[in-house]
Design a protein. Structure first.
Length: 459
């Protein structure tokens, strides 16, 4: 089997700065809204993200969109919700993924959100962000969408608050938009060979939610208004776009991997081991048992299961990556480096795999390990600007190599994208004093200082 990832292109310096400007704006949004929201975490996992992308790809193609320009982001939240924040990002709550029963239902959710993008609904909500510039517009919408769905500071960097006014202005889907997204989504599903009946099945899951008081409703109901009429129309679309005899085995496989791994990490490991039969030697069963044993913790049995999976799929980078994680968190650092190195060889440009490799190399605490770690982490950083854990490891690598200015800058950026602008300013000031005046790093430090100053003014 060939490597599972296509080559990822590193952004240009200008694109990187524009992206970082969005990040700073998101941090400022945390101080803009009146009511704070509870902290939430974005779940980053290479295997889950790849699996969901496989489900999204045929739907995006049917909509005339480039799947490589879209990303699926998982919010760690038990509630049932999905929403789009800009023309690139689809947010799924972990609770929704675990609640759905089939790949077709997952694709129904994705098709509805993709329809909002393809139909230009996001562009209509950019009116109130005109003065912020193109990159800032997207960042504003992202922050507002998170606020509207009840998510606050995110573990991969996004901090925003929730206020009823922003919810009404930025995430008030009209019934016309919802109906259009349903119809377009059903059409995309049919083009992709997925039965639109799954869309009606998803809406059935939410039946009865409208009868609950606002505080007990799932966010999906508040942002995607349900009604008997809407459900009737969706069933009509399913009848109008029939799909018979489509082969769903590939989609079912990737959905099982995504939901299986997510559940294995979030649910009680004993529950996972009870649910997965001991005689089940499928890819998903082996992976789920490996994760469950690792979380107990039982490294011996975890490694037995992951080794069995690798024997079946020796060129699967996710299996090697998971083995690396098990070994690293079991403090078997040398073996972890080897496992991650195998994953990197199979998927040389994925930032999450590179980040894990760099973390394992740092754990060796050797000069050569640090040098290799710095190279891997820099490469990962060029492809992923919203990963605080990666920035933490990168700061350590810079400090160990004597690049204290870069270490302070990485720390400042980590604090900035988690909304801690006061702490970010301290390290940004230190970085600006150590880095060459006018250099790219110095300019990024100035951006942070300016953002912190603005935040202080708004308090």
């Amino acid at each position: 089997m060939t490597a599972l990832f296509q080559r990822l292109r590193a952004p240009s310096m200008a694109a990187g700065r524009a992206f970082f400007a969005r990040v700073l704006l998101l941090a400022l949004l945390a101080l803009t809204f009146a009511a704070p929201a509870k902290a939430q975490t974005l779940i980053r996992d290479a295997e889950i993200e790849y699996s969901l992308r496989q489900l999204m790809r045929p739907i995006a193609a049917a909509a005339g969109l480039n799947a490589n320009s879209l990303r699926v982001v998982i919010v760690k939240d038990n509630s049932l919700n999905a929403f789009v924040a800009d023309n690139e990002s689809i947010f799924l709550h972990s609770g929704l993924i675990l609640k759905l029963d089939s790949a077709a239902e997952m694709q129904a959710v994705l098709s509805h959100e993709i329809a909002h993008i393809a139909n230009g609904h996001i562009a209509r909500r950019q009116v109130n962000a005109k003065t912020a510039g193109n990159a800032a517009k997207i960042g504003t919408l992202l922050g507002m969408a998170l606020a509207a769905s009840g998510n606050g500071a995110a573990g991969s960097g996004i901090a925003a608050g929730s206020a009823s006014s922003s919810q009404r202005v930025f995430f008030g889907h009209t019934r016309a938009e919802e109906s259009a997204a349903d119809q377009s989504g059903a059409r995309y599903m049919a083009r992709a060979g997925v039965s639109p009946q799954a869309m009606a099945d998803v809406l059935d899951i939410f039946r009865g939610q409208e009868a609950l008081i606002g505080g007990r409703q799932d966010p999906y109901v508040r942002t995607h208004p349900l009604s008997a009429e809407r459900l009737r129309r969706v069933k009509g679309y399913a009848a109008a776009y029939p799909v018979d005899g489509a082969d769903t085995s590939t989609a079912d496989y990737w959905f099982a991997r995504a939901r299986g791994k997510l559940g294995a990490f979030l649910q009680n490991p004993s529950f996972t081991l009870r649910k997965v039969g001991k005689k089940d030697q499928s890819d998903v069963a082996l992976m789920r048992r490996a994760v469950a044993y690792h979380r107990k913790p039982d490294a011996k049995n975890a490694l037995r299961e992951i080794n069995a999976l690798m024997a079946k799929r020796p060129k699967d980078p996710f299996a090697h990556e998971l083995k690396g994680q098990i070994l690293l968190e079991s403090r078997q650092f040398g073996a972890a480096v080897n496992a991650y190195a195998n994953a990197v060889n199979l998927s040389p440009n994925h930032p999450l795999i590179l980040g894990g490799y760099g973390r394992a190399l740092l754990a060796l605490k050797t000069a050569d390990g640090n040098k290799r770690a710095l190279s891997a982490l820099q490469k990962a950083r060029s492809r992923d600007f919203l990963n605080p854990g990666l920035l933490r490891d990168l700061a350590v690598a810079y400090a160990r190599s004597g690049q204290n200015g870069q270490a302070s800058l990485a720390t400042a950026e980590r604090y900035a994208i988690t909304g801690r602008l006061k702490d970010a300013a301290v390290h940004a000031k230190r970085a600006s004093d150590l880095l060459p005046n006018g250099s790219p790093g110095w300019r990024r430090a100035q951006d942070i200082l300016a953002a912190a100053k603005t935040a202080g003014t708004r308090r």
